[in-house]
Design a protein around this ligand. Sequence first.
Ligand SMILES: C[S@@+](CC[C@H](N)C(=O)[O-])C[C@H]1O[C@@H](n2cnc3c(N)ncnc32)[C@H](O)[C@@H]1O
Length: 466
Amino acid sequence: MAILHGLSPAPVEHCRVLEVASNEGANLIPMAYAIPGSEFVGFDLALAPIERGQARIRDLGLKNVRLFQGDLLEVGAEMGRFDYIIAHGIYAWSPQPVRDRVLALCAELLTDHGVAFVSYNAMPAGHVRLMLRDMMLFRTQGMGDSLERVEEAMAFLRFVCDSRPEDDLFRSLIEAQLKRMENRTAAIRHDEMSEAYQPVYFLELIEHAQRHGLEYLSESVLPPPPDPGYRAEIHKVVEGLAGGDILRQEQFLDFLRMRVYRETLLCRKERRVQRDFSAESFRRLLFASQAVPVQEEKPGAAAFVLPGGIKMESNLPGVTALLLELGKAWPNAVSFETLEPHLAGAGRVLDAEGVALLVRLAISEMIELRAWNPPLARTIPERPKASAVSRHDACTRDRTTSLLHLMVSLDDIKMRTLLKLLDGSRTRAELLQAMAAELPQTPFAELEEGIAGALESFYKSGILEA
Ligand SMILES: C[S@@+](CC[C@H](N)C(=O)[O-])C[C@H]1O[C@@H](n2cnc3c(N)ncnc32)[C@H](O)[C@@H]1O
């Protein structure tokens, strides 16, 4: 996002990254493995998760990541400066001195071209969650901090909900929140039921950041397609209301979005953030796409669908050629130079229309923009090798983080077993033999039938390495 907005952040391959309140380093450790030329530091107040993370780092033999126990209120300049600082799940869930320290630390430790990521519960829809939180806390007063307490609180909310008339507005509101909270007991304990829970308005966060010499860069992702900001008639009104002030405009849009959560990027106030994307910025990025072509009945149109089911039709030959090219390359990315001829026409450079088209494709998630190439396999090798992080995860947990930093579920025992064996030493036939030995209850034919699909799925999710 920083590159797209015209900044020059440190290259991903050679940078320093800090995660404050990193817990066990679930975010940092896969990044440290995938980016050996960069350095990663994390700290957390809680010792137990830090020790779990340190054990994982030792097991993986990683030298470029360090976790330590530390308090946000005490650590500082001794850690050095960082190109990227991550503060996820801390700002809106902490008392005021800690919140202030999060931003003060970003200001103290961020390099001149550095980028900070701050996530937080946002307003105005935070009010709905606060209403429910008050009821949950009142019902469970004096019960101590436990998962049973969360269950009691949820049961009470269900009772409140059921006691409301069928067509009641509050009933629908509570029902929607209960649905969101289902099967998330541990997360609710940290979120809604934590000691400190303070959603903030976007502008409050930004003004707080500005007091520390930081400035708004963008959100961590482009707003998805149904965003009211993309509707011309709405955009015009909001622009008028905000008097041309882009930050006030964002705040007005948050009212329309009924915003509940944000992931905001900040930079130093001296940086000049470009709000209109240029061909120059795109030229510095890599492109990827998971869209696959599907049969389209309309003559002259091509259709593509994303794994989540989102579909797009286009009658522009350039878009079709671009998505087909990227589809062939996935999970790998392709440089702008390779793609430009498709979009602009052979021998021509990308004009404003071409840039607008790329922005639309990025917003609809038909294309993904990357700032670096992870060390991914380019095909499924004869002796496939999975990342050591994923092989380690297959032994210890039910999900893994791929080299693309995507979360991949490992619920299936056959998938987990295969993943553990993918150390690059075995052919498919040898993998099958080894799986059969590990899973004697599973018919051999079933293993044989599933192995190609499983390898393809590991390859596509970015688990197989070069
Ligand atoms: C929701 S977790 C976020 C963990 C991690 N950032 C992630 O995204 O997975 C919040 C973390 O903040 C830590 N924390 C709370 N107050 C802190 C402080 N004053 N200094 C350092 N860590 C703190 C907690 O121990 C907890 O691990």
